[in-house]
Design a protein around this ligand. Structure first.
Ligand SMILES: *[C@@H]1O[C@H](CO)[C@@H](O)[C@H](O)[C@H]1NC(C)=O
Ligand SMILES: *[C@@H]1O[C@H](CO)[C@@H](O)[C@H](O)[C@H]1NC(C)=O
Length: 216
């Protein structure tokens, strides 16, 4: 179920839904290999950049955990119906596509397994006015591999705003039956990297300074 659908749900169920509370900013937990051949480490940080810094502190020679490309990745990105919704449908203020490409590469580089607490969101990566967010509106913690986050981010970048190649915004939900990340979404859209991550791209006016997102 997308956040968009959830918004209607909240309206319909009024006070009960409000009592559940909207997600708030949460820390990101990372588990993975910081040193090749050594046991995994668990790190907690404000975002991926913070965790990357902690990894470099443990291993200054960290070269990353690049994800192997595989067929199920391509199948997912090209699946029907598309595994994403684009920004104009959701009033998601847009990001700059070039910045987002760089950020997507960082997801691939750090690898590992990512965890986010119940009812919380995290601005995973940020560059200039562009962000990749993970919004968990489930009442239990979410866990996803970097590969799963990467696949969703790539699906949005590859499928949204192709007629306006400098912008991108969109959302890709984990399926309701996902074993560890149900009721959570990967979002791409506007960010203000100089400010703390209190604002989601829904809350900036659409389209925002980067311009409109017209789906292909
Ligand atoms: C293949 O890619 C998908 C999507 O990125 C990912 O969920 C899965 O873990 C990958 N499988 C392998 C064996 O790398
Ligand atoms: C170490 O982390 C990798 C990446 O998240 C994961 O695939 C692997 O299962 C982990 N190994 C152990 C022993 O937990």
């Amino acid at each position: 179920m997308s956040r968009f659908v959830l918004a209607f749900f909240s309206l319909a169920f009024g006070l009960a839904a409000i009592a559940m509370g909207a997600p708030t900013v949460g820390k990101l937990q990372w588990n993975g290999p910081a040193v090749p051949g050594q046991p995994n480490v668990t790190l907690v940080g404000t975002d991926v950049a913070d965790i990357y810094k902690q990894i470099l502190h443990i291993n200054p020679n960290f070269i990353g955990n690049p994800l192997p490309a595989n067929d199920s990745f391509n199948t997912f990105v090209q699946s029907t119906p598309p595994p994403y919704q684009c920004g104009n449908d959701l009033s998601l203020a847009t990001a700059n596509q070039g910045s987002v490409f760089t950020l997507v590469g960082d997801i691939n580089r750090i690898g590992g397994t990512w965890n986010l607490g119940a009812n919380s969101y995290n601005r995973l990566l940020c560059r200039d006015s562009s962000g990749i967010y993970w919004d968990n509106y489930n009442s239990k913690a979410a866990s996803a591999s970097a590969a799963d986050v990467y696949a969703r981010a790539i699906a949005i970048v590859g499928g949204c705003c192709l007629q306006t190649p400098n912008t991108v915004s969109g959302l890709s939900s984990f399926p309701d039956n996902h074993p560890t990340a149900s009721y959570s979404d990967i979002l791409i859209g506007q960010a203000n990297c100089n400010d703390p991550a209190a604002t989601l791209p829904f809350n900036y006016g659409y389209p925002g300074p980067n311009g409109v997102c017209v789906p292909s």
